[in-house]
Design a protein around this ligand. Structure first.
Ligand code: XIL
Length: 355
């Protein structure tokens, strides 16, 4: 039997195409060495559908709340690592990386801390000790940490917070100096961990993202140990400026730091029965696709994490008082949505393909 060269080529292309279709986000991401991740509440790991979907689709996890001060520090003398340890155990069993969130934030702090009337000296000691204890406990198990979360306001100024100026750890009115200090403490506490600055609403080009860029540039120039920027990427109102997001990722990675997309969700308007419009699901998928593509097109964008993965468990419902929802790639029954298929397609196409 004679087979023409073009028929043979066609056959080989078909075989290649079939073998290159990834079945899961994890499989597709692994091919590019990319991290694909979800925030997790450890209590949900006992639900079989939750646990099996998580382990099948993702190669990394992060604690949605379990490593925040209010969980880790029920009182001044106690460190409660149980929930965090449970997540780390799950990750080890399923060969997943773990990302830490978050050491320094003006929110999600326990009352004994916020109402404690501590002096700056005392707060400085408390925070330094917290960073040492928590990073020390997880050293070798967590490869990266959000060291500081949401420290800037929408104008790019340092936000008022317990750590900055209420009363702060000793650097009130010194701009980003307290941020610099805690990055130095974090580097001493675990020199192996990658250290991130994580921020909301600074994903595109605006005054806040300009301020993040300027801070990171300044830190890098002066040798302050910062390895990356986390762009949260909570997208409300189906409104995402993808070219601006791509440009911001490109300028940050050009500074030599990594970018992680850390809290991606795309919330939809829901009616009083909790339903969304069919074409909104398509628009949602397009936004997911655009953000994944923007990350893939910058070599320094190394992780894409959604804030949860199933609409069954998402902070959006309670946070928006039920006005928005269905923000994640899987529905409440763990079935993939159009958004999931868009992400899988882009990850399967990989870094090389440009649209
Ligand atoms: C949210 C969690 O999802 C909720 O469970 C919790 O009640 C409040 O915090 N930016 C962050 C995250 O950095 O830590 C927040 O997580 C969402 C906004």
């Amino acid at each position: 039997m004679r087979v023409s060269a073009s028929a043979l080529t066609f056959l080989l292309v078909c075989i290649f195409a079939l073998s290159s279709v990834a079945q899961t986000l994890r499989e597709a991401a692994d091919r590019d060495g990319l991290l694909v991740s979800s925030a997790v509440r450890p209590s949900q790991l006992s639900e079989p559908a939750y646990a099996s979907t998580l382990a099948r689709e993702f190669n990394m996890v992060e604690a949605e709340d379990a490593m925040k001060w209010w969980v880790l520090r029920p009182d001044e003398a106690t460190y409660d690592f149980r929930q965090g340890d449970e997540l780390v155990r799950f990750a080890q069993i399923h060969d997943m990386k773990v990302r830490g969130h978050c050491l320094v934030w003006g929110r999600s702090n326990p009352e004994w801390l916020t109402q404690g009337k501590f002096t700056s000296r005392q707060l400085s000691r408390l925070l330094h000790e917290h960073i040492n204890r928590v990073m020390g406990h997880y050293a070798g198990q967590l490869f990266a940490w959000d060291v500081v979360n949401e420290a800037l306001d929408e104008n790019g100024n340092v936000r008022s917070s317990i750590w900055y100026d209420q009363p702060g750890v000793g650097f009130s009115w010194h701009g980003t100096k307290y941020i610099e200090q805690v990055f130095r403490w974090a580097h001493q506490a675990d020199p192996q961990a990658l250290l991130f600055y994580n921020e909301a609403e600074g994903e595109g080009l605006n005054r806040k993202s300009d301020a993040i860029y300027a801070m990171v540039k300044n830190f890098r120039r002066r040798g302050v140990p910062i390895d990356g920027v986390g762009l949260q990427m909570h997208i409300p109102m189906l409104d995402a400026d993808i070219p601006a997001i791509a440009a911001n990722i490109a300028r940050l990675t050009a500074l030599g730091v990594q970018v992680h997309i850390t809290e991606l969700d795309v919330s939809l308007p829901v009616d009083s029965s909790g339903l969304v419009r069919a074409d909104d699901l398509t628009r949602q998928a397009d936004i997911y696709r655009g953000i994944v593509r923007a990350c893939l097109n910058s070599a320094g964008c190394t992780a894409i994490q959604t804030w949860g993965f199933t609409d069954k468990y998402s902070w959006i419902g309670s946070h928006s008082h039920g006005v928005r929802g269905q923000a994640l790639p899987f529905n409440r029954a763990y079935q993939p949505k159009a958004a999931y298929r868009a992400v899988l397609e882009e990850l399967s196409a990989g870094r090389a393909i440009r649209h």
